[in-house]
Design a protein around this ligand. Sequence first.
Ligand code: PMP
Length: 365
Amino acid sequence: MSLQVHSPLSSVERVTGLRNLVGNTPMLAIDCEFRGRKRRIYAKAEYLNFTGSIKDRMAAHILRRGYETEQLQPGALIIEATSGNTGIAFSAIGRALGHPVVIFMPDWMSEERKQLIRSFGAEVRLVSHAEGGFLGSIRLSEELAAATPGAFLPRQFANDENCAAHERSTGPEIWAQIRARGVVPDAFVAGVGTGGTIMGTGRFLRAQHSAIKLHPVEPANSPTMSTGHKVGKHRIQGISDEFIPAIVKLDQLDEVVAIDDGDSIIMAQRLASELGIGVGISSGCNLLAALQVQEQMGGDATVVTVLSDDNKKYLSTGLMQPEPVKDGFLSSEVKLLRFRALNRMCDACFDPTDPDGAPVHLVRG
Ligand code: PMP
C-alpha cells in the first residue's frame, strides 16, 4: 500500500478544518420558576466551543479574515490584549494554525486563565494596575506590534470583524434554532466585554425581526456602560472591562441591564449544582438578566442569551466559594426545574465554503 501524498493546506483551508470545533452549538431551553411563575429562557451552550468559550468564534473568524486580506502571513506573531478567554482562544487556535502568540493581560485575572494560555504555548505578559491594567495591556500590545515586523494584532475591542463573527454565526444559529420552535426571539440579552456578541448577534437578529430588543448587560457593582467610565470593582470576569469599547454602539441597543456580581455567582453555582450545567460567572449573570428582561416584557416573551464559557477557569475564584445571599438578589426568586438541549444545525444547512458556518438558507436567502 502506498502512502497518500497530501499537498500542503493553505492557511484558509487550515482554519476551515477547525470549523466543526467552533460554533454550531446546541441551544438549551432552560425551564424554571421566577417569582412563582413558570418561565423558559433559551441559552446557547457556548461553553462547548473548542477552548470552552464563545471567543473561539471571534478568534477563528478574525484569523481567517487576516489570511484573506493578507494582513496575516503564515507563521506570523499574533499579539492580543485580553481578560482571558480571548487569549485562550487565540493561543489554541493560533497554535493549531502554526503561529506564535503573545498575550497581554491584567495580572488580577484567574490563575487558570494564565496557566491555560501558557499551556497552549503562548507567552503571557501580565500588566499590573500601576502599569495601566486593561488599557495598559492594549497600549503595550500595540507597542509590541509596532516594533515587530509582520505581527498581527486582532484588536478585538475595535475590530468590526469581532461583530461580523457573531453576525455570520451566532445570530443565524439562534434565529434558525428558535424559528424551528415556531417562535421568533423577542429579545437577545448578553453581558458586554468587547461587545462583539451583542452587537454582531443583534445586527443579524434585528435584520430578521426589527422589533427585537437587544439588551447589553453589565455588573451593577461596576456600571461602565451606564456611567461612561470605570467605577468600582466586580467579579464577573470577561465583561465590563474598564471602558466602553469602540465597537459598542449603545444607540443601536436597548436599555442596559445591571446585575449584581454575587447574584451572578450564585446563579452560576446553581446552574452547575442543580442542573449539571458547568458555566462561568457571566453565564449566571446572563441568565438573571434574561429573566429580568422577560419579566419586563410580560413573562411569555421569547428571550435568548448565551452561556459564554465553562466553569473550569474559575476553580481558584469566588465561583467555588460560598457566596452570601443579599436582599434583592434575583437568584433567590429563581427555582431551576430542568433543561433540554435543542438540536445543533444540521450539516446540510451550512455552506461548505463558508468557514464561519452560517446556515445557507438564512444567509443566501
Ligand atoms: N463572558 C465571558 C466569560 C467572556 O470571556 C466574554 C468575552 N470577554 C464575554 C462574556 C463577553 O463577550 P464579548 O466580548 O463578545 O462582549
